[in-house]
Design a protein around this ligand. Structure first.
Ligand code: NAD
Ligand code: ZN
Ligand code: ZN
Length: 362
């Protein structure tokens, strides 16, 4: 058995996305079908459409989603039909070399649905990050469903499924930002502003937002930035040093994914500080740095995959903080759109008009 639903696909590199019918199989062992209520438009969806991730077209886009479990397959006990869940792309296996070393947030063998969703002609789809949630319904591994308080707005909490979690975790989990630390964030889109919120929640006292767009810097202040730098007009490294007593920040989060912004991050941190790369570079980008500076500055150069999160630990905690008014998740939702408006949302993202457009389904 299977069902046919509407969904947004990227058929070929650089082509506009299309709203089409797709076939969603009934859940097999260890799988679940989720009725999607909301799904944010992340920059990574655009990377997929542009062929920047891989060439496995057609892609079923969308991966920052919340919804309600419709059906579960054999052997699924952690979730049941009717549960309100956030979808995650880190269903840890518990058995790979990372999991066995007690570092499941690096899990190298995360679970996805085994069956394929297809076009009506049988063509297999590649779901973005193993999710594919610009769709009325989607098929995932049961472990990709994290149950959270149903009394939370889907459009807001769905964002925890990718960008907001990635940014928050980049600052807090990967960067280890803490009470009294200084944090600089380069690139203040959905991911960067979430890193700023993470710094605020964790007690950073100096939080410097860097972007080339003044509108993003205004938003960053709302999320907790104490200082802003428009790096089109000012030298980001100099300003970050100036705002941190001449030293540089304890943690610098790079949320753009470009060599020039990574270089800024590298030189804008304090001795023994930490750089966290959460922005995703395209494959052709390279970077040259003086090796003596890498040695002489010490500290840590880290990358952050999905904010080093553990969905079952972090999603319910962040939903609690959101409901208590301590984590401003709602302000990441710039606009709610229909499932047919994803291409227009890419355009707005490209022009920096939005933090997040969120597809809302009835
Ligand atoms: N590591 C992960 O797990 C993970 C997860 C989600 C997204 N990402 C990546 O994070 C990055 C940001 O995603 P987003 O959704 O926030 O994108 P976005 O487009 O909303 O934000 C990017 C921001 O960077 C700013 N920017 C562009 N060029 C700049 C420059 N030279 N200097 C300073 N700022 C500049 C833009 O003005 C914009 O505000 C993307 O590369 C995305 O793929 C990574
Ligand atoms: Zn594992
Ligand atoms: Zn994403």
């Amino acid at each position: 058995m299977s069902q046919t639903v509407k969904a947004v696909i990227a058929r070929a590199k650089g082509e506009p996305v299309e709203l089409v019918d797709i076939v969603v199989p009934d859940p097999g062992p260890g799988e679940a079908v989720v009725k999607v209520e909301a799904c944010g438009v992340c920059h990574t969806d655009l990377h997929y459409r542009e062929g920047g991730i891989n060439d496995d077209f057609p892609f079923l886009l969308g991966h920052e989603a919340a919804g309600v479990v419709e059906a579960v397959g054999e052997g699924v006990t952690d979730i049941a039909p009717g549960d309100f869940v956030i979808l995650n792309w880190r269903a840890v296996c518990g058995n790979c070399r990372a999991c066995n070393k007690g570092k499941p947030w690096y899990c190298f063998a995360t679970h996805n649905a085994k069956q394929k969703m297809t076009l009506t002609d049988g063509t297999e789809l590649s779901p973005a990050l193993g999710i594919g949630a610009f769709a009325e319904k989607t098929l995932v591994a049961a472990g990709q469903c994290t149950k959270v308080d149903p009394d939370a707005e889907a459009a807001a909490v769905g964002l925890l499924g990718c960008g907001v979690m990635a940014g928050f975790g980049a600052a807090v989990n990967t960067g280890g930002i803490g009470l009294g630390d200084s944090l600089a964030v380069i690139g203040c889109g959905g991911v960067g502003n979430a890193a700023i919120q993470g710094g605020k929640v964790a007690g950073a006292t100096t939080i410097i937002a860097v972007d080339v767009d003044d509108r993003k810097l205004e938003q960053a202040k709302r999320f907790g930035a104490t200082h802003t730098v428009n790096s089109k007009n000012e030298d980001a490294v100099e300003k970050i040093r100036e705002y941190t007593g001449g030293f540089g920040a304890d943690v610098v989060v790079e949320a753009v994914g470009r060599p020039e912004t990574y270089e800024q991050a590298f030189f804008a941190r304090d001795l023994a500080g930490t750089v966290v790369l959460v922005g995703v570079p395209t494959p052709e980008k390279t970077l040259t740095l003086p090796l003596i500076e890498i040695f002489g500055r010490g500290g840590a150069l880290k990358s952050s995959w999905y904010g080093d999160c553990l969905p079952s630990r972090d999603f319910p905690m962040l939903v609690d903080l959101y409901k208590q008014g301590r984590f401003d998740l709602g302000s990441f939702v710039t606009e709610k759109i229909g499932i047919g408006d994803v291409e227009a949302a890419f355009e707005k993202m490209h022009h920096g008009d939005v933090l997040r457009s969120v597809v809302v389904l009835d």
